[in-house]
Each structure stands twice: as structure tokens, then as C-alpha cells.
Ligand binder design. Sequence first.
Ligand code: SAH
Length: 268
Amino acid sequence: METSPSQSQNKTQTPTGSLAVVGIGPGSPEMLTIAAEKAIKNADIVIGNDFYINQIPHLFTHQKVIKSQMGKEVNRAKQAIALAQDKHVVMVSGGDPGVYGMAGLILEMAERIAPDLKIDIIPGVTAASAGAALLGAPLTNDFAVISLSDLLTPRDVIKKRIRALCTAGIPIVLYNPKSRTRTSLFEDVIDIAREHLAGEIPIGIVKDAYRPDETIIITTLQDVMDVFDSIDMHTVVFIGGEETRMLRRYADARGMFTPRGYHRKYVY
Ligand code: SAH
């Protein structure tokens, strides 16, 4: 750290630095916004999980780069706030920093320990939009996003929310669907969905969207467990709502589609 804890917590000194929490999108440099690119290029220090830092090597020239590990979010946030007292710091986050990303933690912490610090949140393309685009248009009407990570939210709460959303019949996007050690929650979610939705409801599985190993699978609620092994922490899963269907665009390609409702009002 370049700033001592006593300096960083001295609330009478106005910080001369700044902190931007920057979303870098799903992975491909083409999916990074111009604002995100500008913020990273103009930073003195870039800090982030090494998986995300490794996606943007082309943006580093003079910046000091600090890689940290997954699971160390609280330390990383503290360190970024301390460094930002007198440097322009960028904290990178995958996708959008406000969707299961670092934006919330940074703001919550800064409210207490650095209320005068200038903080910007720069949005990015989140996995739900990236995956939806690759599948077709499954999120054209109302939808919900749920993380299956039970590290910060108890499983019972996650399941209660899934049940409510399945009852509502809207598409659900599952982030963090399965990890090496957490596999049964995904199975439970599919069981709950089967209680409320028809077996033919499409399920879209997008792994490594806009990254070199991108994989896209469209299956159904009744058959999804056949592809259980292809789901991991780099995957986002789309459970269709009651109106979601397969779209036949070409003879050999299908899409996943939820109507917005135009067909009820217009003839086309
Ligand atoms: N802030 C990120 C989400 C962080 S949670 C965002 O807005 O996208 C991490 C989860 O996001 C992963 O477990 C996975 O479910 C999803 N995810 C992020 N990037 C992805 C990508 N390129 N392809 C597929 N899923 C992705």
C-alpha cells in the first residue's frame, strides 16, 4: 500500500485522488465501452481480480497493476479506497460492476471510511445482456436475475425467490449457476421450475460469452440435466418464462425468444 492506514482514515484531509469502479464487459475487448477504456487508460493504478485483469492487457502502458484473488473482495475494496486518497485508481469488475460486482461494496465501505472520496461507477455489458444476445431475444419482456451463489445469501432465500419468479412466469437469468463444490442448488432450482413450468420451456446455456471458448446450448426444462456437466462458474443460464419459445430463424439455427406483446396488438 502506498498510503498508510492513518492517512487514509484521516477524514479532515480532502482526497486528491479518485476511484472508478469500471465494468469491463463479458470478456472481448470489443465489448468494453469507450468510457471504460478511457478510465483504465488514464488511471495511475488498476486493481482487480486477476481473471479480469488478464482480459485487458492491451490497455496497460504506465499504470501500476495490482492483481488480487477471487474471494478477497473486502481487502481489495479497502486497498483501493486507501490508494485512491492521492492516486487515480480504477477497480475493474467483470460485466457490469453493479451486477454482483464491486460497486456496492466500494460505496458501502467508502460511506464509512472515505465519505469525501470522488467515486464513479462505469457500467458494462452484463452477462445477462451478453448471453441474451447470443441466444436470440429471451429477455425482451420483464425478466429477473438471480445469483445461485450461497456465500452471501442463504440457500433458503435463493429458493424462495426462484419459487416466486417461477410462479410469476417470467424468464430467469441464473448467475453463478454451479461451482465445483456447489452443484445441488442448481438441481433444486430445476426441480422448482419443473413444478411451475412446462417441460418444453426453452433453457439457454451460455458459457464464456464473448471469450475464445464461447459455447451456446439451447435445450428444454425437461432435458436440461442431460447437459448438467457443461454448466460451471463461467456460465450463465436462462430459464424461459411461460411465453418463451424457440425461434426458427434458419433451417439449421434456433433462437430463444420471448415476445414483447406486439403480436397481440399488431398484425405483421
Ligand atoms: N458483474 C458480472 C457478474 C459477476 S458474477 C456481470 O455483470 O456479468 C459472475 C457470474 O457471472 C458467473 O458465474 C457467470 O454466471 C456470469 N458471467 C460473467 N461473465 C460471463 C461470460 N462472459 N459468459 C457467461 N457467464 C458470465
